[in-house]
Ligand binder design. Sequence first.
Ligand code: ZN
Length: 253
Amino acid sequence: MRRNKFKIRLLIGVAIIAFAYIQRCNRQEVNPYTGKKQAISMTTDQEIAIGLQSAPQMTQQYGGLYPDERLQSYVDMVGNKLVHSSLASETPYKYDFHLLADDQTINAFALPGGQCFITYALLSKLESEEQLAGVLGHEIGHVLGKHSAERIAESDFWKTATTGATVFDMGGAAGGIGQKTLLRNGRDDELESDELGVQFMIDAGYNPEAMIGVMKILKTAAGPNRTPEFQSTHPDPENRIEKIRAAIKKYKK
Ligand SMILES: [Zn+2]
């Protein structure tokens, strides 16, 4: 009797995982801007809406916007220059660049749909407009790469798959794979954004070598033991620099 119950649970578990897997395959689409095949579960309009909706909350978490409007317009100017002279201008995304007041947390990030952020702590470490273009170019890369949307689709998948795994008592195993997958994709996203950032810098007339300077600043800021959030899921800076050098060679006209 107990054995039969186990068999049924096993079958249900396998069915749920198979369902999650098939759903995920059906959602595969080719990113029109990067050519990358990815699983996305939302429309472009939804991406933009999620970004706009979450922006005020994000801003608040980092102490609000930086009060000096001149510095804010400087960030806008550099961000818009990158957008207008590159592939980013051909996308339906609504780009906004926010300078956050936080002077302790060295960070930059992008929400889906075009909302990009940099903290004052990171901005104050940068040595030139070109380096700022490097940071913002990288963030625009996350938007174009639809990385957040892909992460959201991934987590839907693992939620469904883990439900299946729990039914036949292997929750731990499936959960473990899920997290590793998220982390691995995170690293790939960072490298893709670095490469896109290099492209946007070149298109806007910035010296792409400045992106290497940004990596060095992040590495120094991290210290031997501390990892800033910007880098927590990021690949080793040395590895990133190597890939950035290759991208510069590839795109430099
Ligand atoms: Zn990043």
